[in-house]
Design a protein around this ligand. Structure first.
Ligand code: GLN
Length: 199
């Protein structure tokens, strides 16, 4: 099984290290041939507008979007979550996403005061996870086909920050930065090896 981390911009190395720790082989991918050859994809944290623009200018955008929609197991963290959303709130003007997830995602959702923060979350199927948020999005609305795996409560309102829809997983936070590889392990065992009952 060959996994790729989209390497146009963002924290690519950290995701590769986390996947390797889970016993999965992973490489940075940035050409059409590499993207065609992989069995699973990670969209890293970084800057979603930049990643989308680079994908357009290298003529990779439709290939990536098509592969995700055709069932390629994909995990996006932070900017990666934004890139997987079918709809954005507060996106940059004309901002494009690869799509695949039937959710509306609010970009930079937590506001200036709490731009970056850390908290412990209860992640379904994993347990307590220490989560690092950096100018993070949240999921504003979900479709019934989308499973909410973890949420953050702010002013009594629960905001989903980890979701799954069949072969697609997205988190607002960055498990690749904490040295805890259980979310990557979840991706590898549940989404890539198809042992899940959710599909
Ligand atoms: N705010 C960034 C964006 O819109 C995401 C931040 C991150 O990935 N840490 O792409």
């Amino acid at each position: 099984m060959k996994l790729g981390v989209l390497a146009l911009q963002g924290d690519v190395r950290e995701h590769i290290a986390a996947l390797n720790e889970c016993g999965a082989e992973a490489q940075p991918v940035r050409t059409a041939a590499e993207i065609r050859s992989i069995d699973g994809l990670i969209l890293p944290g970084g800057e979603s507008t930049t990643i989308a623009k680079l994908a357009r200018s290298f003529d990779l955008f439709d290939l990536i979007s098509g592969r995700i929609k055709d069932g390629l197991p994909t995990y996006g963290s932070c900017a990666g979550m934004i890139l997987l959303a079918n709809e954005l709130v507060d996106g940059a003007k004309g901002q494009e996403t690869f799509g695949g997830l039937d959710v509306k995602v609010r970009r930079n959702a937590f506001g200036r005061q709490i731009d970056s923060f850390e908290t412990d979350l209860d992640f379904a199927g994993i347990g307590s996870v220490h989560a690092v948020f950096i100018r993070a999005p949240w999921v504003e609305t979900t479709d019934p086909r989308v499973e909410v795996l973890a949420s953050v409560e702010i002013d009594g309102i629960s905001h989903p920050v980890a979701v799954r829809q069949n072969h697609i997983l997205a988190t607002s936070f960055h498990p690749e930065l904490t040295g805890d590889n259980r979310v990557h392990r979840y991706f590898v065992t549940e989404l890539l090896r198809g042992v899940s009952t959710h599909s």
